[in-house]
Design a protein around this ligand. Structure first.
Ligand code: MRU
Length: 362
């Protein structure tokens, strides 16, 4: 799903932004309805993120930051000292970060925007249009970077898989949650298998929809069919996304990812994570430190990830973690917008070194 563009484009846009206006595709309604919600301020933004109107780690970050941009752009006046304005913006960012905890992209965006706010506040005593503009421009630049980095991840991933896996033949990949369309554009893909991604069904409702929409040869499987598919020799590589990658390469992603990595390992199938550098959290050394969001029991008790009718017995207790952590030793490589991070001789990732070496690229 694209970020920012015109509603009705060939690629469906999940975030439609222009100065003063933000519209989010209501992903809960897909694939049956294409409806956009108007986001007027951070409260609307927070609710849209919490309720999964917009989802997926990078999109959450951009939608949150833009909801504050829209609020700021539409404020009749933004008077007072620049310190007052900075405090106002920081509070709003903290509030937005509280919407969903596992994906690091949102807090990463907040840290970067806080730096912009601090700098603007230091430069101007009174709030003026320059101050306001500094915040708006920094967020708009993030939006542009996100669009660019998505494309770069796709092309690095496709080139890498082509070079290492294809023997000049097209490959079949298995994806989980919402990943993996760029291979098709590069002509590398024979077929994409996508999982349903229970309980919220991002795979059957969103990935399958996009695959069909973009005419990509694709097959939907139940999450529980993945090991059998691998055993049948139908999967050349697994490609998943990430909500947070720690310094050692451990990766939090949609629940079920860890099971896929274990099965891939059992079948000798390479397992790749595709994510922007904004999903990397060098402050955490291992995945054990990642906070895993637990979501409402309703997502399991009812169909359509909690949005449909009840199917499970009333009174049953439910454990519903939205993500799990795949240890780095089950991951073959991490595909980013600046290249593919592979392991060194000791079978470990040196992600900090990769980030340092590539800073400034793109
Ligand atoms: O809970 P969601 O729908 O926001 O899930 C996040 C994800 O889409 C995934 O975990 C994904 O694989 C990485 S982010 C594109």
């Amino acid at each position: 799903m694209g970020i920012n563009g015109v509603e009705g484009d060939k690629t469906l846009q999940s975030i439609c932004y222009k100065r003063g206006s933000l519209r989010l595709l209501d992903q809960r309604k897909l694939p049956l309805e294409t409806t956009y919600l108007d986001i007027k301020d951070t409260k609307d933004g927070w609710e849209a993120i919490k309720e999964m109107v917009v989802r997926g780690a990078p999109a959450i970050a951009i939608a949150a930051a833009l909801s504050l941009v829209v609020e700021v752009s539409n404020l009749a006046s933004f008077n007072g000292t620049s310190d007052d304005a900075a405090t106002f913006l920081r509070k709003k960012l903290d509030y937005l970060v509280s919407s969903r905890p596992t994906a690091v992209n949102l807090s990463d965006a907040a840290v970067k925007l806080n730096e912009v706010i601090d700098k603007a506040a230091a430069e101007a005593k009174e709030v003026n249009s320059v101050f306001q503009e500094a915040y708006i421009e920094a967020t708009e630049a993030m939006l542009e970077y996100d669009v660019m980095s998505n494309k770069a991840i796709g092309s690095y991933g496709a080139n890498f898989l082509q070079k290492h896996l294809t023997d000049n033949q097209k490959i079949t990949i298995l994806t989980h949650c919402n990943t993996g369309r760029a291979l098709h554009a590069q002509g590398v893909l024979e077929r994409a298998y996508c999982t349903e991604t229970r309980p919220f069904n991002q795979g059957s409702r969103l990935t399958a929809f996009e695959l069909v929409h973009e005419n990509i040869p694709a097959t939907l499987i139940a999450d529980s069919a993945a090991a059998a598919l691998m055993n049948a020799g139908q999967v050349k590589a697994v490609v998943v996304g990430a909500d947070r990658v720690t310094a050692n390469g451990d990766t939090a992603n949609k629940i079920g990812t860890y099971s896929l990595a274990v099965s891939a390992n059992r079948h000798g199938i390479p397992f790749y994570v595709a994510a922007p550098l904004t999903s990397i959290d060098l402050f955490l050394s291992t995945g054990q430190q990642i906070e895993i969001e637990e979501r409402s029991p309703k997502e399991l008790l009812h169909t359509r990830g909690g949005l449909g009718e009840q199917v499970a017995a009333s009174g049953i207790s439910v454990w519903n973690p939205a993500f799990d952590v795949t240890p780095a030793n089950l991951i073959s490589g991490i595909i980013t917008e600046k290249g593919v991070i592979t392991k060194n001789g000791a079978d470990t990732f040196d992600i900090a070194e990769f980030v340092r070496k590539t800073s400034g690229d793109l």
